[in-house]
Design a protein around this ligand. Structure first.
Ligand SMILES: C[S@@+](CC[C@H](N)C(=O)[O-])C[C@H]1O[C@@H](n2cnc3c(N)ncnc32)[C@H](O)[C@@H]1O
Length: 337
């Protein structure tokens, strides 16, 4: 054991903080983080801008490659090491990586290196684009068993899902926590494009006094959504409905305090429907894919004018890059009247 500088975070925040520390190169990979009394302790390489830095005893990790590039040293030609992606996703026991054309002949080596780096990983998939209304990824098995059904943990919730049949993006985890933390007691929340439930279920776990309506069109995703609601014991608080959100909401005569529109490619098409289910004070979290959020604002303005509603912008954030210079934007708005 070695005494090292570290930061202490609540268990619910640990995943988000770990990602941020890793992204900023502040997580010290030589030592193993540990959990004690509901807090996780992360060893850090420095203290700049981290708030309170403590000191704790840490166990050293066995020496070995720390990055995918290191794991591939001596395995693929040296001139290709620079092409090895520095980021990839691990969803439960499945890793998903986007490989550049140059590494096509070395996919198996990359997959196996990833499995050595992450001993829990059983399948490695190379990712293509997302397709169709269900936004399912095109995936190719490059190493491991090929099983795509897995169980993923996020912010203390458990999600069963199958990456080959439904959409799931772990890079949205910070967004899900940000939105869930805004929900106040007594709210009625509408999750228009619920997937396997990561917004709805987290909201109900963090806020016991809430009613969430989760709508999902992909029958396979819906089946997992229902199972995840049960797995996370939020049955009384999250109601799942299978079907097209437009058709479902036509049949319901309800308004909501908060509406989540996580369909970044098509969300604006559904904004008129969301506005019909809003009242003064309703907060809408709209996700939109594009180069510049100004483009979305113009279209939102037109839609609101046509619906004779007044929208107040609460905030906008760039969530992630989806293609070169194209981003998913999170746009928070309040219906003023
Ligand atoms: C981008 S995914 C987001 C899923 C979920 N919010 C998450 O964080 O994983 C969009 C989801 O909306 C579903 N969907 C697409 N069009 C829909 C519609 N018209 N009505 C209901 N769900 C729809 C898709 O099947 C997909 O699961």
């Amino acid at each position: 054991m070695v005494r090292r500088p570290c930061v202490r975070v609540r268990r619910d925040d640990a995943e988000e903080v770990r990602r941020r520390l890793a992204r900023e190169g502040l997580l010290d990979p030589r030592y193993k983080p540990f959990e004690r009394d509901g807090y996780v302790y992360f060893p850090v390489t420095g203290g700049e801008g981290l708030g309170e830095v403590l000191e704790e005893e840490f166990e050293e990790r066995a020496a070995g490659p720390r990055t995918l590039r290191e794991a591939l040293e001596g395995v693929i030609p040296m001139e290709l090491l620079g092409k090895v992606p520095s980021s990839y996703d691990v969803v439960g026991e499945v890793a998903v990586i986007e490989l550049p054309r140059e590494l096509r002949g070395y996919e198996r080596a990359v997959g196996e290196a990833l499995m050595r780096l992450h001993p829990r990983v059983r399948t490695v998939l190379a990712k293509g684009g997302t397709r169709g209304v269900f936004r399912v990824r095109e995936l190719r098995v490059i190493a491991g068993s090929g099983a795509t059904e897995t169980t993923h943990r996020e912010h203390g919730c458990t999600y069963k899902l199958d990456l080959a049949k439904m959409f799931f993006n772990p890079r949205m985890s910070g967004e899900r926590l940000r939105v869930a933390r805004m929900v106040k007691p007594g709210e009625k929340v509408l999750d228009m494009f619920a997937g396997v439930g990561p917004f709805s279920i987290l909201i109900a776990r963090l806020q016991p006094d809430v009613e969430v309506l989760a709508i999902e069109l992909n029958p396979e995703a819906y089946r997992y959504l229902v199972e995840n609601i049960r797995l996370n014991r939020v049955e009384g608080r999250v109601k799942a409905i299978w079907g097209n959100v437009g058709d479902i909401l036509k049949r319901l005569d309800e308004t909501f305090d908060r509406i989540i529109m996580d369909l970044p490619r098509d969300s604006l098409k559904y904004l008129p429907i969301a506005l019909r289910r809003s009242r003064a004070g309703t907060v809408i979290h709209l996700y939109w894919n594009g180069v510049d959020s100004e483009e979305a604002f113009k279209e939102i303005g037109r839609i609101a004018e046509k619906a004779r509603r007044d929208l107040r912008l609460l905030g906008v954030r760039r969530v992630m890059e989806t293609a070169p210079r194209t981003y998913t934007w999170a746009i928070d708005m309040e219906v003023a009247s």
